[in-house]
Design a binder for this molecule. Structure first.
Ligand code: SF4
Length: 249
């Protein structure tokens, strides 16, 4: 029996980032993270309460005691699919860092995937954990953490490279958050890591969102970084956090 999974919230919304942008998803946000990014807007501290949307898309939550079981989750998914048939494209397993729960997810994913496709949102630093679950995952959205925006305590390039190699053959895309201070060298390094695995993988440049709602990078610098990345990779796209523009969760 694997360790319990702690979930901070479950809700229905529009995916605002990356390759599935615009898709309606059921989001299952897991608690805890192995990183501490400067721009993090997620409360991922472990608690005994999971917030569950009372009705999909309502934005109204009630509290459930934790931990939830796989049976609880699949009953909920079936219920929401009955309420809104065909509205949802997939289940987004997000965090925090979901791969911290890889042992349990390896048991959960086959059942969840019988209900909806699985989209894994990850910070791309746990390649060995990915190995445990990747056969059950339909889409992998991998973040690469840039020193200029995420300000992680350590340089993560080697881990990101290992992780992306582990994703090879899966439906994977890479996202980086870019800001006004993002230098050319960081974008070149991202391109190096991607090219070493598969240059055709999509790269999403996501302009930094500041706490006050403003965008933390000028249009001129976005264009410059997009031109730079596009000189190395064929599929580079710029997408801001769309759910924030919609006022969605
Ligand atoms: S990886 Fe994600 S959840 Fe973890 S600290 Fe960074 S932004 Fe927050």
């Amino acid at each position: 029996m694997s360790d319990p999974v702690y979930i901070s919230e479950i809700f229905s919304s529009i995916q605002g980032e990356g390759m599935l942008v615009g898709r309606r998803q059921i989001f299952v946000r897991l608690m805890e993270c192995n990183l501490d990014c400067r721009y993090c807007d997620t409360d991922f501290v472990k608690s005994d309460i999971c917030r569950l949307e009372t009705k999909p898309g309502s934005g109204i939550f009630h509290n459930l005691p934790q931990p939830l079981t796989l049976h609880n989750i699949s009953a909920l998914l079936h219920d929401w699919l009955m309420q809104l048939p065909a509205a949802h494209h997939s289940v987004s397993i997000t965090g925090g860092e979901p791969l911290l729960y890889a042992d349990a997810l390896a048991e959960w994913f086959p059942e969840i995937r019988r209900i909806l496709p699985i989209h894994l949102e990850t910070n791309g630093t746990m390649p060995f954990a990915l190995k445990q679950v990747k056969e059950y995952v339909d889409y992998i959205s991998m973040d690469m953490k840039l020193p200029s925006t995420a300000v992680c305590t350590e340089q993560l390039w080697d881990l990101h490279a290992l992780f992306l190699r582990e994703c090879h053959g899966r439906n994977v895309s890479v996202k980086v958050v870019i800001g006004e201070d993002t230098p050319d060298g960081e974008i070149m390094q991202v391109c190096d890591v991607i090219s070493a695995v598969d240059a055709s993988l999509p790269l999403f440049l996501q302009p930094l969102s500041l706490a006050n709602g403003a965008v933390g990078i000028s249009a001129a610098h976005i264009f410059h970084l997009q031109e730079l990345a596009s000189s190395r990779l064929p599929d580079v796209r710029v997408i801001p956090q769309m759910h924030k523009l919609l006022g969605a969760l």
